[in-house]
Design a protein around this ligand. Sequence first.
Ligand code: HEC
Ligand code: HEC
Length: 170
Amino acid sequence: MKINKKLLALFSGIGIITLVLSLYAFKAHSRADQGYSPQPPWDNLKVLPKDITKDSLIGLMKNYENSLGVKCNYCHATSKVDPTKLDFPNDDKIEKEIARGMIKMTNEINENYFKPYFPDPKPEQVHVVNCVLCHRGTSNPEKYLSQMGKMYKTYDPNRDNRKEKAMEKE
Ligand code: HEC
Ligand code: HEC
């Protein structure tokens, strides 16, 4: 009887380990199936830190999506090799280039006009201004504010063609 109990314990132990391992393998497998595998080292970062971790980079990208009310493909071009995928390092879309300028601008505003007034304990964590502060879930805040009538008088739809002009030039 005693031996049987020990054997039973041993077998159930093995059973549990096998179950855990197979669950883990299943999880890793289903992740790979999403067909999404960008990893550091990054190929084409010009403003973000080159050694940024995957979690931090994707966190930022999700934040851009939500702040502008867009999806990844608003800034990232479709892959020429596999049109079902995005080519993240590719710079073909002007939106990506505008976004680079916006990232720089936002960093500079925090650096120059907010950090000096938030000395300690962690000035590097001062990000008072971020995309959503202006964008509020829309890609063009000027257009959005113009819908509020008197609050934003300077908006002129005829002047709102800067992006298109830049694209024509290309
Ligand atoms: C508002 C525009 C914008 C959106 C939306 C956006 N990205 Fe980006 N993404 C950028 C910019 C700009 C860069 C390059 C930053 C730089 O030059 O430092 C970049 C870089 C990347 C890179 C690094 C590519 C490399 O190797 O150089 C990956 C990966 C990436 N984005 C994934 C995503 C994913 C996934 C999403 C959707 C969840 C997304 N991005 C949404 C603007 C955007
Ligand atoms: C200080 C306010 C402000 C902040 C902060 C800001 N933006 Fe913008 N952004 C604007 C305005 C205003 C426009 C529209 C410019 C125009 O009228 O052409 C714009 C336009 C854009 C566009 C082009 C949209 C289009 O299709 O015309 C992108 C992309 C963009 N911003 C990305 C970002 C990202 C990403 C961040 C955060 C890193 C950010 N912006 C932070 C004010 C801001």
